[in-house]
Design a protein around this ligand. Sequence first.
Ligand code: GUN
Length: 290
Amino acid sequence: MAQIIDGKAMARALTERTADEVRQIVAETGTPPGLAVVLVGNDPASEVYVGRKIAQCRKAGIVSFEHRMPATTAEGELHALIDQLNADPAVHGILVQLPLPAGIDAARVLDRISPLKDVDGFHPVNVGRLSTGTGGLVPCTPLGIMMLLDSVIDDYRGLNAVVIGKSNIVGKPVSMLLLEREATVTVTHIETRDLPDVARKADIIVAAAGAPQLVRGYWVKPGAVVIDVGITRVTDHDGSSKIVGDCATHELEHARAVTPVPGGVGPMTIACLLANTVRAARIASASSNA
Ligand code: GUN
């Protein structure tokens, strides 16, 4: 039987550590860490994610500043809000929920966020820092994935890691983190040939394709560790619906360890967002004391 990696429990423990650190920051500076969350439009999935992020902030003692803007918002208005948040000393982290409505250039918006407040780790400065191994804020989902992997793997050197999906949010940054640990990393995508054969060579699979139950049992080598980043609501024949990941988890008994969906990567992503906000608050207080 594969071990189930309990992301929910790990996220709870990380959030408790973050809450301890928040208390320390308040004791030292008198100001709690603050996270600004910007939601443009009303994408239903984004509404749910943003709601969860704000609720978890509250649990950890982080102040959240919610900014909701209509889908018709002009890009210039969003830029103006970001400029205001960049300048606000009570705001240590800024998160603009993606995807943005059509007509707004997401890259230009992300470029405008101060790299020091970029708790998503999407600014080109932080992307560059990650790819050169020179610090910076690291994207939350990849950070959470590495913590989940660290709970079952001590030494990554020479392990074959196959990342399925080349997104800027997950695939590319997690491949950089695995490379940093000296795994041999293969990044695959929709055009990859013979993907099951490539996956079968992996000691570690990170499935982040957004394709429900793509990874079947025969894709996975016995003893591999599988991280399932997918989260898709599917409707059954009887009309009922459920959430499934990118892996056919019931076929993975021969894996060493797998993450469940839900309850694996998702909770860790939010816990890492809180941890990044505290890190950004520490960076801000260090620079104001310098
Ligand atoms: N949309 C899907 N995932 C993310 C994320 O990690 N951060 C932001 N800002 N938007 C997202």
